[in-house]
Design a binder for this molecule. Structure first.
Ligand SMILES: Cc1cc2nc3c(=O)[nH]c(=O)nc-3n(C[C@H](O)[C@H](O)[C@H](O)COP(=O)(O)OP(=O)(O)OC[C@H]3O[C@@H](n4cnc5c(N)ncnc54)[C@H](O)[C@@H]3O)c2cc1C
Length: 427
């Protein structure tokens, strides 16, 4: 039976190469990074630039994890607004965290500019679209807090959001001009290219199966029998985390995010749908997010079923959402369907762990990892080069498996069904 899904619409740059550069067995690297997504590659690039010898080992191909499959929305901030972060983390760490959260989209666009990455992008903002009065109030609160910090943000009226999105059904919204959209596969491939040029060894199809510390040296073994030595190891496996570090996979809930892409829009449709190229997420509990791609398609994503998809009908809820927002697209074909994994943590914040000295793990991108993991990678690299743990944006925490993790699929499926019902009642 053919797979019900396709490759994403995203493109690697024409000249993208394969990565098969492995340090020789006897060589001890400063850092081995497990996972070649945005997190692993950003860490690798910055660590190499600060003089460390770095090897990245990726189980599959670069860009086949969430980093090359995502929606390419580059959104600063976290789930929480500045006042919550200050109340929760206290004035000092809270303030540092707010500044870090504010900087994550800059980190991506500055890398694209400074490293001359061949990545299609538009930096014209992200719209959080409100479909209820309650969502409008939340947008006003968010707007007040970020505006007080000088962020380039504004509230949108019903007429403004209708003109900017061309979509039906919103009461208003919030525009964050710091944000933008990129081609995420091009970005991940280009990060790998510049990291390799900076001296990082990157090897694809090298699944790490064992980590052992012997006398302060990490021995890293891969499925194909390669063994490397390193002073430090960074686990950058996020939603694809397996059993390498006991208990780590049980600290996250991996969810599926599904996406669809229309056929390229006609110039007439393209002129009314997101004419300025913003990214959009709506305010529903089970939200949908959308944007236009560089080749002129509308790309829309949202939560997918917990089990692996078996037919195109598993994307039907997204097609319904697309046609509810854009009845004018009723006759436009859906040409692509794909999905990837997102890692959620119970507190909706990324977690950094160091269960043993020289073994650092970062999990929990919460679906915002394009900016977040780019910026966090730089901070992890600084930490590896002798930086102070207190300067990491998130505190180092112990690995705390979620109770009853084995039953998570039942719980997640039930929660999604309940939220969908609430969303439908509000419609
Ligand atoms: C469909 C979808 C849409 C999304 N949309 C957005 C969006 O619009 N904006 C946004 O900011 N974020 C979005 N996200 C989230 C974003 O993609 C992630 O936060 C980000 O890519 C995480 O990067 P990462 O490097 O931490 O993880 P990944 O890119 O998932 O990389 C982890 C890598 O580790 C490798 N790996 C796992 N185990 C091993 C092992 N044992 N040995 C070697 N390698 C291993 C995997 O193969 C994988 O390549 C979306 C995610 C998905 C799935």
């Amino acid at each position: 039976m053919p797979a019900p899904f396709s490759d994403p619409v995203w493109r690697k740059p024409q000249a993208a190469s394969r990565f098969q550069s492995l340090f020789a067995g006897g060589v001890r690297a400063d850092v081995v990074i497990v996972g070649g997504g945005i997190m692993g590659l950003s860490t690798a690039l910055h660590a190499a630039r600060s003089g460390m010898s770095v090897q990245v080992l990726e189980a599959g191909d670069i860009g086949r994890g969430a980093s090359g499959l995502n929606g390419g929305q580059v959104i600063p901030g976290l789930k929480y607004d500045p006042e919550w972060l200050l109340a929760h983390f206290g004035p000092e760490r809270g303030e540092a965290l707010v500044n870090f959260a504010a900087s994550t989209a800059d980190a991506v666009f500055e890398l694209i500019r400074d490293e001359k990455l061949a990545v299609p992008f538009v930096r014209n903002g992200w719209i959080q679209a409100a479909h209820t009065e309650a969502a409008l109030k939340a947008a006003a609160k968010r707007d007040r807090q970020w505006r007080a910090r000088g962020a380039d943000v504004e509230l949108l009226s019903e007429a403004e959001i209708a003109a900017m999105t061309g979509a039906r059904g919103y009461l208003g919204g919030w525009l964050d001009r710091r944000a933008g959209v990129i081609d995420p596969l091009a970005y991940t491939s280009e990060l790998a290219r510049v990291a390799a040029a900076a001296g990082v060894g990157i090897a694809e199809r090298q699944k790490v199966v064992k980590l052992v510390n012997a006398g302060g040296v990490w021995r890293v073994s891969t499925e194909s029998g390669t063994e490397l030595q390193a002073k430090a190891v960074v686990l950058a496996t996020n939603a694809y985390t397996d059993g390498l570090i006991p208990g780590l996979a049980e600290t996250i809930v991996p969810l599926h995010s599904f996406q669809i892409a229309t056929a390229p829009l006609t110039p007439k449709l393209a002129a009314t749908i997101l004419p300025e190229g913003q990214a959009v997420s709506d305010s529903r509990r089970i939200l949908v997010y959308y944007r236009k791609s560089a080749d002129g398609r509308l790309v829309l994503g949202g939560r997918g079923r917990v089990a692996l998809p078996t037919s195109a009908s598993d994307w039907a809820h997204l097609e319904r959402a697309l046609r509810r927002l854009y009845p004018c697209l009723s006759n436009v074909a859906i040409e692509k369907r794909w999905f990837g994994r997102v890692a959620m943590t119970p507190d909706h914040l990324p977690h950094i762990h160091e269960p043993q000295q020289g073994l650092v793990a970062v999990v929990g991108c919460q679906g915002r990892g394009v900016g977040l993991m780019t910026a966090l990678g730089e901070r992890i690299a600084t930490y590896l080069s002798g930086g102070d743990a207190r300067r990491l944006p998130f505190p180092l925490t112990p690995i705390r498996p979620i109770p009853f993790h084995a039953f998570r699929q039942v719980g997640v499926a039930a929660t999604i069904a309940w939220y969908r019902l609430l969303d439908a009642l509000e419609h």
